[in-house]
Design a binder for this molecule. Sequence first.
Ligand code: BEZ
Length: 224
Amino acid sequence: MNTQTQESQCPSMPRLNEPAPDFTAKTTHGMRSLSDYRGRWLILFSHPADFTPVCTTEFIAFSKAYPQFQALNCDLLGLSIDSTFAHIAWTRTIREKFGVEVPFPIIEDLSMQVAHSYGMIQPGESDTSAVRATYVIDPEGKLRAMVLYPMTNGRSIAEFLRILKALQTSDAHGVATPENWKEGEAVIVPPPATTADADARMAGEDECTDWFFCKRSLESAATT
Ligand code: BEZ
């Protein structure tokens, strides 16, 4: 397989827990670099094209949820292979027709440099548009979660609020979170590393169904 075929069939993807690919890019709010977001969480997300209906619904939902992301020390940054003029015209249309102000910047990535470095171009979907890719980047600039959706189906913005809160909870308490975990629910205690740990946890205060399956309420831990 030659290099070009290989590249088009296997887009390079960033890896979890490694530094997110660096960029400096033109946006609707001026130039932005990944380093501008140091000390804050960032959700970088791509959409296939401006002035398309599914993308419009996603932008409306991201915009409405923006205060909740901000309250979690998280900024939003959009991207598509469209010009800044197209982004400006589209966000003005969203304001005029849907009454929603888009409060976050959108990258103009006509060269597709940022899109390629993040694996947003998936040739099975399109060679010229980004898929619906979403990356959660932590305050140290490390990539902590990524999700790719196809062109045809919109994302659940509530899911990104949920995973952001879950990651922050895992970092703060050294725990994992179960399927569809929501703030206030019990968390998962990481599995024991030794037989002694396994015995100890069954005798401890966590709610253990078995030695490998223990849950803990952070709320009761905080009040005791
Ligand atoms: C949309 O956002 O509506 C859309 C974009 C690309 C392909 C299909 C739908």
